[in-house]
Write a protein that binds this ligand. Structure first.
Ligand code: ZN
Length: 73
């Protein structure tokens, strides 16, 4: 798997759309590739923060906007 593939799978994983057969190759790549692992951790952390924030009353438009930004990283 190339870093480019890994990036696109990461987005799928974070948005819950990763095909099960890509999960293991992605995890293997993250183990071997420090830069992808850093990106993955960063994106996941950001996502957790946003999720927590969204538990409060967040207008749906804002939720959509934030999800778009996350998927764009
Ligand atoms: Zn990589």
């Amino acid at each position: 798997m190339t870093c480019e593939d890994a990036h696109s799978h990461m987005h799928d994983y974070i948005s819950g759309e990763l095909a099960p057969e890509h999960y293991k190759p992605l995890m293997n790549h993250l183990e071997e590739c420090g830069s992808c692992r850093a990106l993955f951790n960063q994106t996941r952390l950001l996502q957790t923060t946003v999720r927590n924030f969204m538990q409060y009353e967040t207008p749906p438009e804002l939720q959509t906007a934030v999800s778009r930004i996350l998927l764009d990283i």
